[in-house]
Design a protein around this ligand. Structure first.
Ligand SMILES: Cc1cc2nc3c(=O)[nH]c(=O)nc-3n(C[C@H](O)[C@H](O)[C@H](O)COP(=O)(O)OP(=O)(O)OC[C@H]3O[C@@H](n4cnc5c(N)ncnc54)[C@H](O)[C@@H]3O)c2cc1C
Length: 456
């Protein structure tokens, strides 16, 4: 069968390519992973086009890799077995913002920047949870990989903010999930069996999400940053507990890096927000006193003179906290995220620095505290993109960081294929078997982003 011709019939000749220059661009992402083969790039505009592409792929057993902004940095959108990259960026409609029920219904290609700008212009009292990623990344891609944004410490991770979805199954059926399955209001996931879980965290291996309703939250008028500093790694879990007990944060992260010297300490960054100046002042006071118990031992101190440049960086939405990309020439930036228990932070902290040193990297950390229940601990590495030896060192550092994550009973977040394998190998075999079973039911011909969530 003439796959290229059939794809051109579906989306139009302008929106399909099998040319080497386009395939080249889609055969790699911005991270350190080795490029892989792509055969076709397809940019659909409608759900019907997505449906037809999947039916064609299913019939011809052609692999399909859905792509949002392609910025997960783990080559999750680079096919492992060639085939089609389904780039969703033309499906970019913000269909509805429902103020009363506080959600935005969007198509899969809507970027973080586009939704943020739209809300600022038309619904200035509402906001969504924005990750610290480039503004071109998609809201849907981020929610599907269980990402986190600038209000996650308060409201939970971004996949928890999904109300309802429209999905095209690998066999071509269009399926609505949550309230969208029976109501024109895309306002809730329950109370019916929670089928959203069949598509969240699966890296596009079970279907293509075409529409999604994401929760919106009040946008306070005033925001302020408070910073605390310590050199005592062991105090971190207790300090996180105390901050979480006060329960008034909007954002809460830990930051540290090997250079410059003054950053080589442990900074706790707390963002508070309020609808009035009084509310803001009240919250600031509540946090300024939160570490009074530690003050006697001089282990955690309030930073009185936070540099205005840092204050502005942290207050930006999203906060521009990761500075590591500047360490080396060549512009490469990689990180492996991990979700770890809070009491394991001291061990992760010390061993993560050892890994960075071993691979000749300057260590760089930005860890977001997720509601006082877990922490997104990220090992960041900058590398020279033009230097293959440096890229290889980065891959080895990532691999070792992933092993460390599993050794300390954490979970690798948005892991590349090798990290997914490590995860599956450690997993209860019955759970791994259930994943396999679900995939084979939804995707009988194994066309969706094959290689991901597979045991070899
Ligand atoms: C400097 C920097 C900072 C970052 N900070 C953060 C942060 O603070 N928080 C955070 O969460 N992330 C962060 N990231 C990681 C990442 O960029 C974001 O999570 C981003 O939002 C992922 O979205 P994307 O559109 O790039 O997804 P993609 O990489 O395009 O896709 C991710 C996965 O979802 C699948 N997928 C995409 N769209 C669909 C669809 N429509 N249907 C089915 N499957 C689909 C893909 O196949 C892939 O497996 C950061 C990245 C960088 C470079």
């Amino acid at each position: 069968m003439d796959i290229y011709g059939s794809l051109a019939n579906i989306v139009g000749e302008q929106y399909v390519s099998n040319q080497p220059e386009e395939n080249f661009l889609y055969s790699r992402d911005a991270g350190a992973q080795i490029p892989r083969r792509v055969d076709y790039v397809v940019l659909p505009k409608t759900v019907e086009e997505v449906q037809q592409v999947l039916m064609l792929a299913n019939e011809t057993k052609t692999p399909v890799t859905p792509m949002g902004g392609g910025m997960s940095l783990s080559a999750l959108v680079v096919p492992t077995k060639g085939g089609i990259v389904l780039d969703m960026k033309r499906m970019d409609q913000i269909i509805e913002v429902n103020e009363a029920n506080r959600y935005a219904l969007i198509e899969a290609g809507v970027s973080q920047g586009a939704l943020k700008a739209y809300l600022e212009r038309h619904h200035p009292r509402l906001q969504h949870s924005t990750p610290e990623a480039p503004p071109t990344v998609t809201v849907v891609g981020n929610a599907l990989i269980q990402g986190h944004g600038h209000i996650s410490p308060r409201y939970g991770i971004n996949s928890d903010m999904i109300n309802a979805m429209e999905v095209v199954l690998p066999t071509g059926e269009v399926c609505k999930i949550g309230s969208a399955s029976m109501s024109p209001h895309w306002f809730t996931r329950g109370p019916v069996p929670d089928l959203a879980g069949l598509f969240i965290g699966w890296f596009g291996t079970t279907g293509v999400v075409t529409k999604l309703s994401i929760k919106l939250y009040p946008k306070p008028k005033y925001r302020e940053v408070l910073a605390f500093v310590t050199d005592d790694v062991d105090v971190i879990p207790e300090a996180i507990f105390e901050v979480s007990q006060v329960d008034l944060v909007e954002d809460f992260f830990l930051i540290s890096q090997g250079k410059p010297d003054w950053m080589n300490r442990i900074f706790f960054v707390i963002i508070v927000a309020g609808h009035s100046e009084e509310e803001l002042e009240f919250k600031k006071d509540a946090y300024k006193n939160v570490f009074s118990e530690f003050q006697g031992g001089k282990t955690v101190a309030f930073v009185e003179d936070l540099h205005p440049a840092l204050r502005d960086r942290f207050l930006a939405v999203p906060p521009l906290a990761a500075l590591a990309a500047d360490f080396k020439k060549g512009g490469g930036f990689e990180y492996t995220g991990s979700i770890i228990p809070i009491d394991k932070v001291p061990e992760a902290w010390i061993k993560g620095i050892e890994i960075a040193r071993k691979y000749d990297m300057v260590f760089s950390y930005v860890h977001q505290v997720l509601g006082g229940h877990s922490i997104m601990f990220s090992y960041n590495y900058s590398f020279n993109r033009a230097d293959e030896a440096d890229a290889e060192r980065t891959r080895q550092a990532l691999e070792e960081s992933n092993k460390l994550t599993l050794d300390i009973d954490g979970m690798i977040w948005k892991g590349e294929v090798s990290a997914q394998r490590m995860t599956m190998e450690k997993m209860d075999p019955n759970t791994a078997g259930l994943i396999k079973k679900i995939k084979s039911v939804l995707d009988p011909n194994g066309i969706m982003n094959p290689g991901n969530w597979e045991i070899v």
